[in-house]
Write a protein that binds this ligand. Structure first.
Ligand code: DOR
Ligand code: ZN
Length: 348
């Protein structure tokens, strides 16, 4: 198949940041996606429904003329989140979920939850109101190897959590291991997962062999090839528990090419084409639409989009760099490389 028309996709996990960054991130995402779940790990984090509404307005100010774009907001879970905030999320038209970062797990997660058992009284409300809990699924103890942190989270945090709250609606974000994929497969329909383009297209050799490649560094970190293979299998299987979430996470070039480089891959400008590349490599391009445009909306209980986009097999070269901050560019994921697919219509 050399051409595919699909319902407009949505991105169920992206970092847009704030201020100057929005000039770059909003048009890049809005070119292809309708709904985007906007991560709340700003400095300071987005903790209440009213803060989320104000952030949404700052985002909307950067949507290009004539483009339909519907940012979906998420609150940042802290040790101090009050149970009553959950009913406010449920009643809100703009906020769809709450995101739990274990404190210290990743970028701007210092205000995250220090011990999940401390917030079980809030999680009880999430289960009651069927508000999705979005999870960064890694333990943070110093003594746990970085490549084992997702698996340990499944065993030590998620298993007891789901035993306590069996009907909790939950998305295990940006899964990176066969262990996580199998865990999600074993649960009921209330448990789903997002998968990023970098975890489908790359593995830790791309990050580390022949020199450290900071633009492939993200969290959870890329794993070995056997995990990549399982992620490709589940993403392209047509199982509605797995859907698109780029985790596009912009950091300026100077913050990535640094002795202490930031975690995050900036995939937003070419995201749907990168996913098309991965699905096509598996001979499963016909499964892209479910993953990109149906399953996430269905899980969140939102209507599917009605517009379409068309992708064709037409090579394009990803930019080497893109404008970002006044004196600091951004390097997109897979910069300077040629991919096989291009959006020809629908995307604006
Ligand atoms: O690589 C990552 N970057 N992983 C995250 O969980 C956060 C993100 C960011 O905000 O930069
Ligand atoms: Zn993220």
């Amino acid at each position: 198949m050399d051409s595919i028309t699909i319902l407009q996709p949505d991105d169920w996990h992206a970092h847009l940041r704030d201020g100057e960054s929005l000039k770059r991130t909003v048009p890049d995402l809005a070119r292809q996606f309708n709904r985007v779940i906007c991560m709340p790990n700003l400095v300071p984090p987005v903790k209440t429904v009213s803060e989320a509404q104000a952030y949404r307005e700052r985002i909307m100010a950067h949507v290009p003329e004539g483009v339909n774009f519907d940012p979906r907001m998420v609150l940042y879970f802290t040790d101090h989140t009050v149970p009553d905030e959950v009913a406010k999320i449920k009643a809100s038209n703009e906020v769809n979920a709450i995101k739990l970062y274990p404190a210290g797990a990743t970028t701007n997660s210092d205000s995250g939850v220090s011990d999940i058992r401390k917030v079980y009284h809030v999680i009880e409300q999430l289960e009651e109101h069927q508000v999705p809990l979005l999870l960064h699924g890694e333990v943070t103890h110093n003594h746990v190897d970085i490549f084992d942190r997702e698996k340990r989270f499944l065993d030590e945090v998620l298993t007891p959590l789901l035993r306590q709250f069996p009907n909790l609606k939950m998305v295990l974000e940006h899964i990176t291991t066969a262990d996580a994929a199998n865990f999600v497969l074993e649960q009921g329909r209330n448990v789903a997962a997002t998968i990023t383009p970098q975890h489908l297209l790359f593995n830790r050799n791309d990050l580390l062999v022949g020199g450290v490649k900071p633009h492939f560094y993200c969290l959870p970190i890329l794993k070995r090839q056997s995990h990549q293979t399982t992620l490709l299998e589940v993403a392209t299987s047509g199982n509605p528990k797995f859907f698109l979430g780029t985790d596009s996470a912009p950091h300026a070039q100077s913050k990535k090419e640094n002795a202490c480089g930031c975690a995050g891959c900036y995939s937003a400008p070419y995201a749907i084409e990168l996913y098309a590349q991965a699905f096509d490599q598996m001979g499963k391009i016909e499964k892209l639409e479910g993953f990109a445009s149906h399953f996430g909306a269905d899980f969140y209980g939102l209507a599917r989009n009605t517009d379409t986009i068309t992708l064709v097999r037409k090579p394009q070269t990803i930019a080497e760099r893109m404008d970002y901050l006044p004196n600091d560019d951004i390097i997109p994921l897979h910069a300077g490389q040629t991919i096989d697919w291009s959006v020809v219509s629908g995307g604006s």
